[in-house]
Design a protein around this ligand. Structure first.
Ligand SMILES: NC(=O)c1ccc[n+]([C@@H]2O[C@H](COP(=O)([O-])OP(=O)(O)OC[C@H]3O[C@@H](n4cnc5c(N)ncnc54)[C@H](OP(=O)(O)O)[C@@H]3O)[C@@H](O)[C@H]2O)c1
Length: 255
């Protein structure tokens, strides 16, 4: 059976990927820090879908955690979902620099290293895909979070091009850019999201459904939801500084 390896599989979008891919008949490798939640998810997927599920409790902010994930990926997977991530409350200079560096590590260094570990086997087998979960924030200047996700989009597009140049048939790299999604993400960062209108919220299952559909269609940068496709399209029409100013003002309400 083809195997999907998902980081941040204990909650939110990662857990939705695990459910969808198990239902589609894939075996799973699930990574997160919370070993109890990982085991529970694994039991559920085995019982419900008959999948083979491995768990890898690991902290991707640590050298050991990253190395453990790299070792597992070097053994071969068919689909890597680089999804683990988090938000930080506050503007630049409000957040301790150490925490900003952890964000860069988990959002950028980990995505680079796990993609690096997974791709050679995929290229050799002419089969596989990497989905890097970025954000709509990638398209608007909004602090370290938005910048880290802009890097994920640019990195994914660049690697996708490099694979084409190498003639790597059957291998895809896609950036998935959701807007606001109902998960544990904002609550973990202690952000008050009560001001966000209901029509701006997506659910994790539809983000995953749209993302996997775009992956099958060969879309390099997937933006789920009509409202966010419109927002990103409009964002490209106004100067980046203006879009950034509006984004920074809007962001003040979600703190
Ligand atoms: N929710 C949104 O509105 C939204 C919008 C755009 C993009 N995104 C992106 O979507 C991705 C998933 O977020 P989510 O909304 O599903 O958030 P979530 O519900 O808080 O889930 C985050 C997942 O990441 C894992 N994680 C966090 N830090 C980790 C670390 N150091 N090592 C290993 N695992 C770690 C968590 O697992 P453990 O706690 O078990 O470690 C959890 O499984 C993130 O990259 C986020 O930036 C979210």
């Amino acid at each position: 059976m083809p195997t999907a390896f998902i980081t941040g599989a204990t909650a939110g979008i990662g857990a939705a990927f695990a459910r969808r891919l198990a239902a589609d008949g894939m075996d799973l490798g699930l990574l997160g820090r919370d070993a109890t939640r990982l085991e529970k998810a694994a039991r559920d997927h085995r019982a419900r879908y008959g999948s083979t599920v491995e768990t890898l409790p690991a902290d991707l902010a640590t050298d050991d955690g990253i190395a453990a994930a790299e070792r597992r990926l070097a053994d071969g997977v068919d689909l890597l979902i680089n999804n683990a991530g988090f938000a930080q409350k506050g503007r630049f200079l409000d957040v301790p620099v150490e925490d900003e560096l952890v964000m860069l590590r988990v959002h950028c260094e980990v995505v680079l290293r796990l993609t690096y570990a997974a791709l050679p086997g995929m290229i050799e087998r002419s089969r596989g895909a990497v989905v890097n979960v970025a954000s709509v924030a990638a398209f608007f200047s909004r602090g370290t979070y938005g910048a880290s996700k802009a890097w994920v989009v640019g990195f994914s597009q660049g690697v996708e091009q490099d694979i084409r140049v190498r003639g790597g048939r059957g291998v895809r790299v896609m950036a998935l850019c959701p807007g606001f999604v109902h998960t544990e993400f904002h609550q973990r960062a202690n952000m008050d999201m009560s001001g966000v209108p209901e029509f701006m919220w997506l659910d994790a299952d539809s983000v995953v459904r749209d993302g996997l559909r775009d992956l099958r269609r060969g879309v390099p940068v997937s933006v789920p939801g009509a409202q966010y496709k419109t927002l990103v399209g409009l964002g490209k029409l106004v100067p980046r500084t203006l879009a950034g100013r509006i984004s920074a003002r809007t962001g003040r309400r979600y703190k």
